[in-house]
Design a protein around this ligand. Sequence first.
Ligand SMILES: [Zn+2]
Ligand SMILES: [Zn+2]
Length: 320
Amino acid sequence: MLEVLTAPADFFMDAGKRVYWLYLLSALVVASLAVSIQEGRFDPAGQVKKLFDRRYWFARSSIFDVYLMLINSIVKISLLMPLFGSHLAATILVGAFFQDTFGDAPQFELGWFWIGLLFSTVFFIIEDLSRFCLHFCMHRFDSLWFFHRTHHSATILTPLTLFRVHPIEHILYFARSLIVFGLVSGVFVWLFSQRLTGLQILGVDMFGFLFNFAAANLRHSHIWISFGRFEKIFISPAQHQLHHSVGNSNSNLGSVLSIWDGMLGTRLYARKKKLLEFGLGPNEQRRGEKKMPMERHTFFQSLTDTILAKKDCDGSSKGV
Ligand SMILES: [Zn+2]
Ligand SMILES: [Zn+2]
């Protein structure tokens, strides 16, 4: 029971979580720099006053973020962990499956560093792509949008808005991470078991560390940071803020990489600072609003045609 109550506090002490104190600190430094550049002056007193504004942290929207953070912690500790076990169990299961099915893995002469780098890269790409796919489905299908709109109902964005997800969405993302981590690390343990254990591989998420350290917390904030031309590759905090804004929520569905959005034509560049209204628009509550802008793109034309054809049949545009 005590574990359930203290779990949210552990998020701030766990380097694997986005709200780890070091990442929050780096986000603060970047935010201060960005605001100073935008305002053309450095006003530390004014910035601190804004940071501790109780209208920001104690708004109804912000309190609801914390409430859902607690609920989802309870769901994870009392239901998901006992039911599915740890990610390490999935690694061992997949590794054993490959060993039983294919026997000994072919031998590669790769040093520690290269194995770590290869694992980090493969894991990062599959992790990011699977997040994009699930997020895409959340916006595309009515049944999933029903749950995902909880995240989009935030009218104020704080780093804790990350935890503002419906418990069903939390379970879906947990299952996704378990499958992705189990598959990728299981295959690596099978391939390199001579020099690698499941425990050692758990410590390697270099790109995740870099992403979080580079102020990922500002995605859920009101600090406008655009990456300029690099938004072709990476989603900037401003792009995710656009995703949360009324009228644009079918755009920028990616987490780290924006190339998936680029492929489906759902990428929206942030460019100059805009005044945004966050939350669900009047139509979004009823699941209407703009169609997903995928149909513009030729590369995935046949795929998107199929999806959109379904939409046209029932006469409604889904997901926002
Ligand atoms: Zn979304
Ligand atoms: Zn968000």
